[in-house]
Design a protein around this ligand. Sequence first.
Ligand SMILES: Cc1cc2nc3c(=O)[nH]c(=O)nc-3n(C[C@H](O)[C@H](O)[C@H](O)COP(=O)(O)OP(=O)(O)OC[C@H]3O[C@@H](n4cnc5c(N)ncnc54)[C@H](O)[C@@H]3O)c2cc1C
Length: 331
Amino acid sequence: MSVAASGAIPLSEYHTLGLVVYTSRLLLPQTEEEVPELATSAQFILGEGSNILPLRDLPPILSTRYLRGYRVLQEDSSSVEVEIAAGENWDAWVRLSLAHGWYGIENLAAIPGTVGAAVVQNIGAYGVELAPFLVRVRGWNKSLEAWQELPAEACRLGYRHSIFQTPEWQDRFIITRVTLRLKKRYEPVLTYPDVLRRIDPARQHDPWHLYETIRAIRAEKLPLWGSAGSFFKNPVLSLSELKRLQQRAPDIPVYPQSDGTFKVPAAWLIDKAGLKAYRIGGAQVHPNQPLVLVNTGQATPQDMWSLAQHVRATVREIWGIELEPEVRAIG
Ligand SMILES: Cc1cc2nc3c(=O)[nH]c(=O)nc-3n(C[C@H](O)[C@H](O)[C@H](O)COP(=O)(O)OP(=O)(O)OC[C@H]3O[C@@H](n4cnc5c(N)ncnc54)[C@H](O)[C@@H]3O)c2cc1C
């Protein structure tokens, strides 16, 4: 049976920034079959709310967090294709894959949120992205009033981006299942200095060791409550844009990309702009992780929004760079 609560329902438990906001209706389908009917009254779609900033009380919301289960579609000696319900918790799924001996996504350990939303922003961490593992998604298209299967190419995954963030698809296509192809051979990606420093060389071939290492690194860095992870994307620049930035910031670390562009760390730009620990009301730039904006306890949506705008304006003024939010402001 679906749970569809009405009234002033507090959303503080339904998003990780923990702001005091309410929704008029919370629609929680327990099965895929319930999605089409409940979706007709929903204006916003959520997973576990770990990448959103609600700006005010919200109209009806549908969360896919209770769509659960998975099944193997096909497998051979080198890989497995597995279909996962969108509401499965991402980190629990990573652990389950390891338990089955299915590999590739270990570096995405401990990223909060659901499997469905992992596709929406093409989650990434420690040198690995979801994109190469995605085979297809299935979901309910509200505009067409039809179930659709989209192959990975149609989802147009890029750096923290997919088609599901565009106006034609956002809140109109409800992802209910995600198919991934995982490997049966463990080939660890150990390119990140943090990971290399922490990994025990004697246990390099143990996937659980990599999983636990990444979990431990993340636990030291980021609070699990009170943030939505990195608030801004790392800017990706053309050569001419990079040269212009380097005139103002000669020391900035630069990561050349395979397509000839250059990624620079937004955290560096924010830190060197003097914004570490900067505060507006209850909202603060994290003192150690300047890319993360935190609710220190009593932040209002307005505090969070004003802080995000202040960071963007300061970075624009000092470095001439426009920061693009990774977190979705809703409402
Ligand atoms: C402490 C912390 C650390 C983080 N670290 C990382 C990191 O290392 N790398 C990274 O990439 N991200 C990171 N994030 C961001 C977040 O974990 C991911 O974006 C995650 O995929 C969001 O999942 P969710 O279920 O909470 O999505 P939500 O926040 O609920 O939704 C995010 C977006 O997806 C849409 N959406 C959700 N479910 C569906 C669905 N079923 N169908 C269609 N649209 C849907 C929503 O409308 C919204 O636009 C971090 C967040 C936190 C709080």
